[in-house]
Design a protein around this ligand. Structure first.
Ligand code: BGC
Length: 515
């Protein structure tokens, strides 16, 4: 009898066949497979080197990976309350949120607005950048608090670039990443010009914490899941944060803090292997680096992050076209393919998502976007290349996660992840999970259960909103510390509370009271 009711849904999959692919293209596919495949032994070697580089970054002499202490000291308890602003300066958007942490443990309410980051701003002047951000904050406050007399609102500012933080309300930009190139910001504290722009406009905000998106992700995720040990971003850029004990951070030994005290470390692991000792770089990775605004930096990030995946793909196809012995896109106008950074990671996602055996959607996308009409064998090569680039990204990304787990001795853990590649790139999660299994030699899941979703000892899971809720929580944790007189890593504790509702017990407004 036919089963009644809804049938279990299976995700469409494509078998694909190389039967019609001519020899020269098959040979190229094989060459690309060799170039882009990272086998288990190599993954393991990368992880071992990664572990030593993480430790080096924490040492006094330092290394390539910055391992920036964030002055976010410990996880939230779930009992944080109050109203906070959060600002997220991402690559494409600027998001402003007002977050209310109510009495109920682990809950939150959020209202938010999104503003486009004009592309020119990324390479404009510092004044334009801070002015634009302050204008957006002003607009948000005027819209949501029209006619109210406000005390200063505490703000958690998610600034997702490498910054050394002597204090939580301070951050010297080490270098721009993700294609930003604004003069006069690198090597300087970003907080004073930001605060000056707010002051000029009379915006009632007090920056309480400058936060990296990974730290926000770690804290937001642990707010709802106490197994969360690492916060990761796999998006335009790639990075992670985790909690470390002071005892493991020799570069902070002079502070004589209890070795058991925890502090979140923003790894900035995008800089892993800047010395080119271990990562299997291809000639295409070399070109990406050479032509980037900051050659020699963010070596790992340039092989795995969303900003670069489409560009890698473009460079390979162009190279194949230019090789006389490879017959690809013959007689076609490839001028559109010659434009740097014209293809983004979503272009690759679309190719990998094409469910049709004849790759009709890929054919149409190439035609529409690049004005190239592909033959069936060319489409097969294109699909395989997208798979290779996407798979390499997922497997190398997993190396960073495995390295932190091994360094910390975590046999089981949840890892909170966010970012466009993690959320949208097909199979990224499954490919990452497979790589973790190979690296960490699992043969069974938690409690002897079979491996698989829900049972894998270390799982990379979708995170809570790090740059919103995470930023608010870190602002809350910081204020709580200051109110309790624990002012380590706070530049100006009195200044932080000045003009804020909590510092005036008679104020009728809701206080950002932190329990
Ligand atoms: C930045 C990090 C950030 C990551 C993810 C990298 O380019 O340097 O600070 O966490 O991107 O957004």
């Amino acid at each position: 009898m036919a089963p009644s009711g809804p049938m279990p849904r299976r995700k469409q999959s494509r078998k694909g066949s190389m039967a019609d692919v001519p020899k020269d293209l098959l040979q190229e596919i094989k060459r690309l497979e060799d170039l882009f495949t990272v086998d288990t032994a190599k993954l393991k070697a990368i992880v071992e080197h990664f572990i030593s580089e993480l430790a080096k970054g924490l040492s006094k002499e330092g290394g390539s990976i910055p391992m920036n202490p964030t002055w976010c000291m410990g996880f939230p308890t779930g009992n944080e309350t109050g109203t906070f602003l959060a600002l997220d300066m991402g690559g494409t958007n600027l998001r402003v949120c007002e977050i209310n942490l109510p009495e109920e443990k682990g809950e939150f309410d959020i209202i938010q607005s999104k503003y486009r980051m004009p592309e020119e701003l990324k390479t404009g002047t510092a004044d334009e950048l801070w002015g634009y951000i302050a204008d957006c904050l002003q607009q948000f406050i005027e819209y949501h608090h029209e006619g109210e007399k406000l005390d200063k609102l505490p703000l958690g500012f998610t600034f997702s670039y490498p910054a050394t933080q002597e204090y939580i309300d301070h951050g010297v930009l080490q270098r721009w990443t993700k294609g930003f190139d604004i003069e006069g910001v690198e090597g300087k504290d970003v907080v004073p010009p930001f605060e000056a722009a707010l002051e000029e406009r009379g915006v009632p905000i007090k920056l309480t914490a400058l936060i990296n998106d990974t730290t926000g992700t770690l804290i937001a995720s642990s707010y709802t899941d106490s197994e969360m040990k690492i916060g990761c971003i796999f998006g335009t850029g790639c990075n992670a944060a985790y909690m470390e004990h002071f005892g493991e951070v020799p570069k902070l030994a002079h502070m004589k803090v209890d070795p058991q005290q925890e502090i979140a470390i923003n790894c900035e692991w995008g800089a892993f292997d800047n010395e080119h000792k271990i990562l299997p770089r291809t000639q295409y990775d070399v070109i990406i680096d050479k032509d980037s605004p900051r050659p020699g930096q963010q070596s790992f990030e340039k092989m795995v992050a969303g900003l670069y995946l489409g560009e890698l793909f473009r460079l390979v196809l162009l190279d194949l076209h230019e090789q006389p012995h490879v017959k690809i896109f013959e007689g076609q106008d490839v001028s559109a393919l010659k434009k740097p950074y014209s293809l983004d990671a979503s272009f690759l996602s679309d190719i990998e998502n094409d469910p049709y055996e004849n790759l009709q959607e890929t054919h149409d996308t190439f035609n529409a976007k690049l004005n190239i009409k592909c033959t069936k064998p060319e489409l097969e090569l294109i699909r395989r290349l997208a798979e290779l680039i996407g798979t390499r990204s997922a497997r190398l990304s997993a190396c960073g996660v495995a390295a932190i787990c091994k360094k910390k001795g975590y046999k089981t853990a949840h890892v909170g992840a966010d970012g466009s590649v993690f959320n949208k790139y097909p199979h990224f999660k499954a490919r990452g999970a497979q790589a973790l299994k190979e690296i960490l030699d699992w043969d069974q899941g938690r409690d002897g259960k079979p491996l698989g979703r829900g049972n894998d000892p270390v799982e990379i899971l979708p995170a809570e909103d790090g740059s919103g809720v995470g930023a608010a929580l870190i602002a809350a944790l910081t204020l709580k510390r200051v109110q309790e007189g624990n002012v380590m890593g706070i530049r100006d504790p009195e200044g932080m509370l000045k003009g804020m509702k909590a510092s005036d017990p008679k104020s009728k407004q809701v206080a950002p009271e932190v329990k």
